[in-house]
Design a protein around this ligand. Structure first.
Ligand code: ATP
Length: 247
């Protein structure tokens, strides 16, 4: 029997107070596959990530993880199922070394049974961390701090990683490295929900692309069918607005 998908949002709506940010969103991430969720500023991408990781409770609809209903569950209960959220926040222990930050994370991660193996996979994903393993995290560059944050999450081998705008503010070479690391963990069986505004890397990695606009899903399909991006809005190839450039 085929196992249920890693993540399903079924007819999810969500609000911030009286402001409704999501309208009847349906989204599925199959086991071991990568979905890129794309859209303009304020479209609702991060809200989807927050619903999927339990930070926001949907006002209606259901959140299913590996087929079980986690609607309304707390983030730590969802994390225990192997769902991890990686975003631009750093939240490192500035006075601890790179290695100490990683050790602490691996000791506390329910999915990690072998902290040494997790450390080795963190260093394999991002070799610069091994070079800097005795350096205090607070003295790393901004890009290195972000990589340390990501290594901390990726090396725990989550079932599903929700990657929210990971390329934001990163140098192009570092972004490439981050996407190579995402490809590595996807190939080892981790499902990915990649939330991005910058599309090149996300589309190259994704098995499926889903576009959101003003809280509603407007497109889903093969990344190869994505034609053009105008002002951050995704338009499938053949869409009239993708052809008629505004003057
Ligand atoms: P960006 O790429 O700019 O981060 P996004 O697609 O991730 O955008 P969201 O952060 O999901 O967009 O925001 C969706 C809508 O919800 C926006 O209109 C935003 O202003 C609103 N919103 C987000 N967070 C809050 C909040 N805490 N309180 C009120 N409104 C919010």
């Amino acid at each position: 029997m085929t196992p249920p998908p890693a993540l399903q949002l079924e007819d999810v709506s969500a609000s911030y107070g009286s402001f409704r940010a999501l309208f009847h969103v349906n989204l599925t991430v199959e086991n071991g596959s990568a979905v890129a969720l794309i859209g303009a500023n304020g479209a609702g991408k991060s809200t989807v990530a927050r619903v999927a990781s339990g930070l926001i409770r949907p006002s209606s609809g259901r959140l299913l993880i590996s087929g079980s209903d986690f609607t309304g569950s707390a983030p730590h209960q969802i994390a225990r199922t192997g769902v991890a959220l990686a975003n631009e926040g750093r939240s490192l222990f500035a006075s601890l070394t790179v290695q100490e930050n990683l050790s602490l994370a691996f000791r506390n991660a329910p999915s990690v049974t072998d902290p040494d193996a997790a450390m080795n996979s963190a260093f394999a994903l991002f070799p610069q961390l091994e070079e800097r393993c005795t350096q205090q995290a607070g003295t790393l560059s901004g890009g290195e701090q972000r990589i340390l944050t990501l290594a901390r999450v990726m090396a725990t081998k989550p079932q599903l990683l929700i990657a929210d705008e990971l390329s934001l503010g990163l140098a192009p070479l570092v972004t490439t490295q981050v996407y190579e690391a995402l490809a590595t963990i996807r190939d080892s069986g981790c499902a990915l929900l990649i939330v991005e505004q910058h599309l090149d890397h996300a589309l190259a990695l994704a098995d499926e692309v889903v576009a959101i606009e003003k809280g509603e899903i407007t497109f889903r399909g093969d990344p190869a069918d994505v034609g053009e991006v105008t002002g951050g809005l995704l338009l499938p190839s053949g869409h009239p607005a993708a052809i008629d450039e505004p003057t």
